[in-house]
Design a binder for this molecule. Sequence first.
Ligand code: 5AD
Ligand code: SF4
Length: 493
Amino acid sequence: MDIKDTHILNQDIIQSAPLVEPARQEFFMDRCHDLIEEMIITDGHRPTFHVETFGCQMNAHDSEKLIGILSRIGFEEVDTEKEADFIIFNTCTVRENANQKLYGHLGSLKKRKESNKNMLIGICGCMMQQQSVVDYIKSSYSFVDLIFGTFNFYKLAELLFYKLTETDKKTVVEVLDVPETHVENLPEKRKYSFKSGVNIMYGCNNFCTYCIVPYVRGRERSRTPEDILSEVNRLVDDGCVEIMLLGQNVNSYGINFLDESDIIKENPDYDFPDLLNDVAKIEGLKRIRFMTSHPKDLSDKLLDVIAENPKIARHIHLPVQAGSSRILKAMNRRYTKEDYLALVDKIRAKLPDVSLTTDIMVGFPGETEEDIEDTLDVIRYAKYDQAFTFIYSIRSGTPAAKMEQLPPEVVDKNFERVLEEVRKVSAEASSRFEGQVKNVLVESVNDHMDGYVTGRMDNNILVHFPGEPELVGTFIDVKLDEAKGFYYLGHSL
Ligand code: 5AD
Ligand code: SF4
């Protein structure tokens, strides 16, 4: 990637770029494409890239857009970091160990970067929204080429253009405090041809006292129903049969719309259940999932819409975080243990075959033996099919970081107890469908069992059964012969 004497040209080109999005990014994607074509002539091969994604579904979906942009520019995607000329780390910072993982990767890349003038390294995502992290990377890993945040990832082509045409070796850094603009219709390259995530909103307003997300992803912004429905329509035309509506708290959809919307003008009370209803009307779409639901905002209307609509998956991810009302208050969750259990009852009454999953945190400041008993109690009562358990991780800048922290030995012991209860309950809960026939979406060929494929039921549970690779992407009825804890073995009918 030898680009010489382009400094002057670079300035001319930048000044001629359109000022308004998305035309500006189209322009830079074209300019980068020209540069890549030049490189192919000089270097004799098409440069490759790999995006390494950490964290949640939101990041995974953002990465599909980064991959879309790089593919459009002319890079070739490869499966591993090792084969890539350009590596992008899309980072997570919800827990400290995610930060440590990134530093580990960067440390191991230093030598390779020094010996390979063609190599590029970019870092983006939630971790980059923290000034201290950016400063640390700039001083300790100065070989990093690009740093950008969550609000401007759509600008990848523009930032890459600066880097490729820059004659000095500085890291190109652009991290914004708040979004400048919102860009629809970015290119994206989906991991699966038959299913996709669709963002319905960005950011979070809840400020749970342990959580860094509202600081790194900003305040809640909702996409208009028009934009969401047209994206889903496009995905369905392109072969998607399942979509997952994504937001930090989908139940509060409707805050701060990003664009003008006739639908909202006509119905200012339009909410998440209305959106689900409208999405479900799209012909050709077979299954709809959504994530995540804050318990304080889950409405009766939502349960009614799910109950009336067989396309909407019988699965609710309902993070409880802790069982004790005292700890929930300190976490600013705005529900009590009793509220949560009553909600579980209501959900099970309206959706008898629902699968409930959750997130649980252990070790929040001030948590006592009694509080842990409350958490165990909720786990037993809610009978989760699956629960993601986390050890509380101190995030600087959050209110909980200033509270008195617990000794790690106590937390580790409690964590084991919670994990054990989760294992027991979910193995039992998720075996309750043994002997039944369920419709599954076949997602992949099974890598571990010859001649088997793996499908997912509408309640999110996996089933492995003998089948041909051609079944991938189709729905099929499967008899669940044997419950294996977190999955089933079965056969197709
Ligand atoms: N420490 C540990 N886990 C956390 N989560 C959010 N913040 C923290 C933290 N500081 C967990 C919550 C959330 C999930 C996505 O990550 O359980 O639901
Ligand atoms: Fe974090 Fe709470 Fe928002 Fe979830 S709802 S992203 S835990 S602040």
